[in-house]
Design a protein around this ligand. Structure first.
Ligand code: SF4
Length: 419
C-alpha cells in the first residue's frame, strides 16, 4: 500500500496528527490481533474527532472476515477494504469507490514497494493463502486457497532488492514449503532457493514458516549452500498424538523428534524455531506434560507459545474452549520457562566465538553502537546481537560484520565488532 501511495504522490507521515488520511491495515487472525486492530481504529477515530477533515480507511484481514459487524461498530470510518484491493488503495484515499476484486491480492515485482525494514534486509512474500486446513486456523477462510508467485517474479524482485543494498532476504508465506504445489510443481521451494543463491549480492537467504511434513531430503540438500541460512521455522503446534489429530496436523512428538534428528544430522549447526499452542480443547494435564517433555527433548533454538483462541467457522470451533484463560496462560509461562533455560545454554555457547552479524541499525542504548542479528536469528521474532564498536566506524556502512561475542543473556547476545 505504501508503494502504491508513494507512486501516486502521497507522502507517509509518522505522526497521526499530521496525517490527512489514516489507513489501518488490520489483522483478524486471532482474538488478541483483533483487539489490537480495534484499538488502532479507535485511536484513528479519536484523531478524526479532533480534526474532522481527516479520513479514516480500514483495510486487511479483519475487514475481510467481519466487515458488517465492524461497519456497525465504527460507523464513522470513511472507507473499508479487505485483502483483495491493496493495489488500488490510492483510489480509496482519493475518495473514489472501487468495485472489489475477487481473490486475495498478491503483489509481484512490478508492484511499487517501500522497504520499511531497514537498509540491509527485506521480507519477500512468495505466496498467499494456504492449502492446509488445521482445525484451529482461520487463515484459509480469510486468505483463501494457496496462490504462488511465479519464480521469475520473485527472482526479479530479489535482484532489485540486492541492487538497493539488501543483503538478507526473508521469504515469507503461510506455508513456504508448499510453494508452486498449487501449480502442480514439485520441490518449488528448493528450486527457488537454488535460483536465489545465484543472485549476486545476497549472502543471507532465509525462508520462514515451513510445514513439518513437507521437509524433504532435496530441501535439506539445497539448504547446505553457504548462502542459505541454516535456520528452519517449523511450527509443530503440539506433541501429543490425540491433540495433533484433533488439530488436524500430521506430525506428533515422536515423529517430530525423528525429523529434528534427521535435520540436525544433515545440517549441523542448524537453528530451529517452532511455535506451539497451549489450551487446545482436549489438552488436559497429561497432554500438557507430554508437551513439556517434548520441549525439553527437542531443544529448540527459538520457541513461541500461543494460547488457544477459538475462531468462528474453523473446524475446531464446535469443540468449544474448555481450558480457562488463566490455565492457558500458566501453561504458556511454564513452557517459556523451560525454553528460557534451553535458550540460555544454547546462546551461551557462542561466548568467545566470532560470528557474522547483519546490522539492522544504530542502537539507542548507551554503550551499544549497533543492533544486529546472527544467521541463527530471524528478524522480529528471535533475539538480537548488540554490538559495540571499539573504534569509530570508518568508511562506508558495512551491512554484515564479524563480531566477537562477549556475553549472552537468555535470548540476546552482546559482542564487539572486530571487522
Ligand atoms: S498450515 Fe498454517 S496457515 Fe495453513 S491452516 Fe495450518 S496453521 Fe493455518
Amino acid at each position: 500500500m505504501l508503494g502504491v501511495l508513494k507512486k501516486n504522490g502521497f507522502r507517509p507521515v509518522a505522526d497521526i496528527r499530521l496525517a490527512e488520511v489514516i489507513i489501518i491495515n488490520t489483522c483478524g487472525f486471532i482474538q488478541p490481533a483483533r483487539r489490537e486492530s480495534r484499538k488502532a481504529i479507535r485511536r484513528a477515530l479519536n484523531a478524526k474527532r479532533r480534526d474532522p477533515a481527516k479520513n479514516v480507511i480500514v483495510a486487511g484481514c479483519f475487514v475481510e472476515r467481519d466487515r458488517e459487524s465492524l461497519m456497525a461498530e465504527f460507523p464513522e470510518v470513511d472507507a473499508w477494504t479487505g485483502v483483495t484491493d491493496f493495489h488500488r488503495i490510492d483510489r480509496l484515499v482519493k475518495g473514489l469507490s472501487i468495485n472489489e476484486s475477487s481473490g486475495t491480492f498478491l503483489y509481484d515485482h512490478r508492484s511499487p514497494r517501500i522497504i520499511t525494514t531497514g537498509p540491509s534486509w527485506a521480507y519477500v512474500k512468495i505466496s498467499e493463502g494456504c492449502a492446509h486446513r488445521c482445525a484451529f486456523c482461520a487463515i484459509p477462510i480469510i486468505k483463501g486457497p494457496y496462490k504462488s508467485r511465479p519464480v521469475a517474479s520473485v527472482l526479479h524482485e530479489a535482484r532489485n532488492l540486492a541492487s538497493l543494498g539488501i543483503r538478507e532476504l526473508d521469504l515469507v508465506s503461510h506455508d513456504s514449503t508448499w510453494y508452486r504445489r498449487d501449480k502442480g510443481e514439485r520441490d518449488g521451494l528448493s528450486r527457488l532457493l537454488e535460483a536465489l543463491t545465484k543472485v549476486r549480492g545476497l549472502p543471507w537467504i532465509r525462508f520462514l514458516y515451513g510445514y513439518p511434513g513437507e521437509i524433504n531430503d532435496r530441501l535439506l540438500e539445497v539448504m547446505s549452500d553457504a548462502k542459505i541460512c541454516r535456520y528452519l521455522d517449523l511450527p509443530f503446534q503440539h506433541s501429543h498424538a490425540a491433540v495433533i489429530k484433533a488439530m488436524k496436523r500430521g506430525i506428533d512428538g515422536p515423529r517430530a523428534l525423528e525429523l529434528l534428528g534427521k535435520i540436525r544430522r544433515k545440517l549441523p549447526g542448524v537453528a530451529i524455531r517452532t511455535s506451539l499452542i497451549v489450551g487446545f480443547p482436549g489438552e488436559g494435564q497429561k497432554e500438557f506434560e507430554n508437551l513439556k517433555e517434548f520441549v525439553r527433548e527437542a531443544r529448540f533454538n527459538h520457541l513461541g507459545v500461543f494460547t488457544y483462541s477459538p475462531e468462528r467457522d474453523t473446524p475446531a470451533w464446535p469443540l468449544g474452549d474448555p481450558v480457562s484463560s488463566q490455565e492457558k496462560e500458566a501453561r504458556r509461562r511454564e513452557l517459556m520457562e523451560i525454553q528460557a533455560g534451553i535458550s540460555r545454554e544454547i546462546i551461551g555457547s557462542y561466548v568467545g566465538r566470532k560470528i557474522k552479524v547483519i546490522i539492522e541499525g544504530a542502537s539507542p542504548k548507551k554503550g551499544v553502537a549497533f543492533r544486529g542479528r546472527a544467521r541463527f536469528q530471524a528478524p522480529e521474532v528471535d533475539g538480537i546481537v548488540e554490538l559495540s564498536c571499539p573504534e569509530e566506524p570508518s568508511g562506508a556502512f558495512q551491512p554484515i560484520v564479524t563480531a566477537e561475542i562477549v556475553s549472552a543473556g537468555t535470548y540476546d547476545l552482546k559482542g564487539k565488532v572486530v571487522r
